[in-house]
Design a protein around this ligand. Structure first.
Ligand SMILES: CCCCCCCCCCC/C=C/C(=O)SCCNC(=O)CCNC(=O)[C@H](O)C(C)(C)COP(=O)(O)OP(=O)(O)OC[C@H]1O[C@@H](n2cnc3c(N)ncnc32)[C@H](O)[C@@H]1OP(=O)(O)O
Length: 385
């Protein structure tokens, strides 16, 4: 740590941790966590890099001041422009969520942190080594946070692999329950459409074949996940991030969340076992409206149709959900795991068969003109081609 006294490593992005003036009288428990996290940042052994510093800066500003309120800096003011962009990307993310995300991000940097007396060994474990996720394990809860907020948490190939790795680790760790959520204003915008641009020498057929194998393995991890799996849907969800909800045990949603599966618009077909689970959950007509006609549901509608367990106002979402989750995590873990097995096991074989069939249909769909045109349209609108 002596190489990095105080905040000298923050020459490029000087974020205002040290300028914090907190109203101690109004301090809440999570504000205390926030303050602890800010103290932990001071113990960083290594420069975490500008990308992480920008994320910390943005979350700090959002947590303390709310949505970006600064005029946009000029194009040549590179540093302030980068800071402004990072903050502005958080949109209308509530202060409370930003505070929580700041705490989680600091937590996920733990291997670079000086071990401190604030952290009780053995009760709080964080996994690093993820590029697209934040993973923490604390108080019996492993929390996997999709962490590409600037891309609305679109799932690129790396993220598919990292989610599988995190789920496999969570299935074996000493946590009782596992939570999947998103960082930023979106839960996830689904498959990253730039996944279609990285075509190997074997051509698009080989890409489609490998993608079908990847997708089958990815969905298989959710089918086989042994512990209670809870989705904390913090904002809009699109595509595969919606379909796999049918494989979760509980789905809590903010009233800002929406649920959209525009497969026909994209020339694609349903995955994540939704061709089976959605029909069971909401009946064929409602499932068809979503999966065939791409009807976007509000959180309230998704709850009425059984896809979502409960909806909370965005302003109290994190507080209400985490109060429940912390209580669930105190229940006997073996009883929960065995109960899940009893509830889910007789469906497993069927779900794996559905998964295989959906992936094989999609493998063909990805080669269709309808799909290619839709992807090209999106990418050219976004100037990615
Ligand atoms: C040959 C075969 C290869 C196939 C490989 C497949 C592997 C497995 C596939 C499994 C099947 C899954 C299917 C699905 O999930 S279908 C759903 C796909 N998702 C979408 O169609 C959403 C696309 N995004 C949008 O419509 C909008 O971005 C959105 C409504 C989500 C937000 O709009 P908004 O205007 O608020 O924000 P921006 O569009 O400006 O987004 C900010 C930046 O994020 C980028 N972004 C967002 N979503 C995606 C995405 N899904 N893929 C790629 N990029 C995304 C967007 O481009 C912006 O980036 P820039 O700031 O760089 O412009």
């Amino acid at each position: 740590m002596s190489d990095f006294p105080d905040f000298s490593y923050l020459q490029v992005i000087s974020f205002p941790v040290v300028q914090l003036h907190m109203n101690r009288a109004a301090m809440t428990a999570s504000q205390k966590d926030f303050e602890n996290a800010m103290n932990q940042v001071k113990l960083l052994k290594k420069d975490p890099g500008n990308e992480v510093k920008l994320k910390l800066y943005a979350l700090y500003k959002q947590a303390t001041e709310g949505p970006c309120n600064m005029p946009k800096p000029g194009v040549f003011d590179l540093i302030n422009k980068a800071k402004w962009d990072a903050w502005n990307t958080l949109g209308s993310l509530p202060k409370e969520t930003a505070r929580q995300n700041y705490v989680d991000l600091v937590s996920s940097l733990s291997s670079s942190l000086e071990s401190s007396s604030q952290v009780e060994p053995g009760t709080d474990r964080k996994s690093t080594g993820y590029e697209t996720l934040m993973v923490t394990s604390e108080g019996g809860i492993t929390k996997i946070t999709l962490n590409r907020p600037a891309k609305k948490n679109a799932i690129n190939v790396e993220m598919y692999h990292e989610i599988m790795r995190a789920l496999k680790a969570a299935s074996k760790d000493d946590s009782s329950i596992t939570v999947l959520t998103g960082n930023g204003d979106y839960y996830s915008s689904g498959n990253d459409l730039t996944n279609f641009t990285d075509i190997p020498p074997g051509g698009v057929e080989e890409k489609a074949k490998n993608s079908a194998i990847l997708l089958r393995e990815f969905v298989g991890c959710f089918i086989d996940f042994p512990k209670p799996l809870i989705a904390v849907v913090n904002g809009p969800a699109v595509g595969i991030s919606v379909t796999i909800l049918g494989l979760f045990d509980v789905v809590y949603a903010s009233d800002r969340a929406t649920f959209h599966t525009p497969f026909s618009h994209l020339g694609q077909s349903p995955e994540g076992c939704s061709s089976y689970t959605f029909l069971k959950i909401m009946g064929p007509a409602k499932a068809t409206e979503m999966l065939v006609f791409g009807k976007k549901l509000t959180a309230g509608e998704a709850c009425a149709q059984g896809l979502v367990t409960a909806v909370f106002p965005d302003s109290t979402f994190q507080k209400e959900v985490w109060t429940r989750l912390k209580a669930f995590a105190k229940l006997p873990p073996n009883a929960m795991r065995i109960s899940k097995e009893v509830i889910r096991n007789r469906e497993k074989e069927k779900l794996h068969a559905v998964n295989a069939e959906e992936c094989s249909v999609l493998q063909e769909r990805w080669l269709s003109d309808e799909c290619m045109n839709a992807v090209v349209n999106f990418l050219s609108r976004k100037s990615k081609l």
